[in-house]
Design a protein around this ligand. Structure first.
Ligand code: NAD
Ligand code: FE2
Length: 390
């Protein structure tokens, strides 16, 4: 265990079915009257934007603007454009309704409008932002990124085929309103891959070089909730307990990795997103067990602790064998996902060619997550993992 650590999470969380009607009251507490609403076409089509707008009837909350066309894995250009309309519309805050793509776009817009700037790339990296931003309120509609409670924003830079990471305590939302009602419409494939993103956050944070007892507690609870609820919730998207538990798991994993960081699996997933446009959750679902196998010799004690927490630990067996049992459980989960959703969890069926490996590995090696992995790695190690996941 590390002898020194920092842990910070000041995000107010309100969670549960029927959390949404509390939104106007919460906005009043923050002092917000004229928020910009950000969402995307899928979320709007699922009727979720309307649910939020309805909660404003008979209140003095008047959205200054509604941006409902945010694309997947949104880019620096999108952020620049939206921030220009924010400045023109006299908005006082931002409300993000959506998954990580919408939430991270809102975080990017918040940086630009708060600094009255139009060049997002200036703020890339760690702790470049040095003062309070405008209030950001997040209503997640996927259970995956945990971005409602992370101090990270990931925004793509399509010109350079790379995903840029922005990290600062000031990026953290003011309020995370987690109403699992907002995730009931999430289709099985997205339910599966977004939850596997959360599982990857929790597992990578637990074995990261920055792990600490507080984020460990969040990670373990998250892993257990996903292990116990994912398959049942893919089978029945209206399973209310399952939806709530997955939403909590995503939140817990977000808080954990925001403080402990992620490792090789995210380095590769970010590169697969940047170079091959593979959605983030899917990329993690494909790479997770192979990244764990790579880390096994350095992380087996901690993998074995996780297996104990999940109730799959066998006392007669060694720590390494119990660590392998955890990896086997991840493979089993993936098989169930393939069976239930029709997804193919290999790189070949997701349009990756072996000729792309070199480019992907190069991008993975410059990702910010590299330094937090429990085991050092190089380009050849990444290529070996890509071969295994092919
Ligand atoms: N900031 C962070 O801490 C962090 C962590 C991990 C990932 N990310 C980033 O988040 C992004 C991925 O986010 P995501 O996995 O949440 O997916 P997403 O936001 O890209 O959404 C995926 C799709 O699901 C649809 N959708 C969302 N909610 C829905 C609902 N309830 N019903 C029906 N459809 C719905 C959307 O319209 C979209 O088409 C990536 O850019 C990734 O890099 C950020
Ligand atoms: Fe992630």
């Amino acid at each position: 265990m590390n002898k020194y650590f920092e842990f910070y999470n000041p995000v107010k969380i309100i969670a549960g079915f029927k959390a949404l009607p509390n939104l106007p009251f919460e906005l009043k507490l923050i002092g917000v009257k004229s928020p910009m609403i950000l969402t995307d076409p899928g979320v709007k089509k699922a009727g979720l934007l309307n649910k939020v707008l309805k909660s404003f009837y008979n209140t003095d909350i008047k959205p200054c603007d509604i941006v409902d066309k945010i694309p997947h894995d949104s880019s620096v250009e999108t952020v620049n454009e939206i921030s220009e309309s924010f400045k023109k519309s006299g908005c006082d805050s931002l409300i993000a309704i959506g998954g990580g793509s919408v939430i991270d776009t809102a975080k990017g817009v918040n940086i630009l409008v708060s600094f009255d700037d139009n060049e997002l790339k200036k703020y890339e990296g760690a702790e470049i932002i040095d003062r309070e931003l405008k209030p950001l309120i997040v209503i997640p509609t996927t259970s995956g990124t945990g971005s409602e409670a992370t101090y990270v924003a990931v925004i793509s830079d399509p010109k350079n085929n790379i995903k840029l990471a922005f990290t600062s305590y000031f990026i953290l939302p003011k309020l995370a309103l987690i109403d699992p009602e907002m995730t009931l419409t999430l289709p099985p494939k997205l339910t599966a891959t977004t939850s596997m993103d959360a599982l990857t956050h929790a597992i990578e944070a637990y074995v990261s070089t920055q792990n600490n007892p507080l984020s460990d507690a969040y990670s373990l609870t998250s892993i257990k909730l996903i292990n116990e609820n994912l398959v049942e919730t893919i089978k029945d998207g209206n399973n209310q307990d399952g939806r709530f538990n997955l939403a909590l798991a995503s939140l817990l994993a977000g808080i954990s990795f925001s403080n402990s960081m992620v490792g090789i699996i995210h380095s590769i997933a970010h590169a697969l997103g940047g170079v091959m446009k593979i959605p983030h959750g899917l990329a993690n679902t494909i790479i997770l067990p192979f990244g764990m196998e790579f880390n096994l010799d350095k992380a087996y004690k901690r993998y074995s602790e996780i297996s104990r927490y999940l109730g799959i630990f066998q006392p007669g067996k060694s720590e390494k064998e119990n660590a392998r049992a955890l990896i086997a459980r991840i493979f089993e989960l993936r098989e169930e996902i393939e069976k239930l959703t029709g997804l193919s969890l290999n790189l070949e069926d997701n349009n990756v060619k072996k000729d792309d490996f070199e480019k992907i590995a190069e991008k993975a090696m410059v990702d910010g997550s590299v330094i937090f992995n429990p085991k050092e790695f190089n380009k050849e190690d990444v290529i070996n993992i890509l071969e295994r996941a092919f």
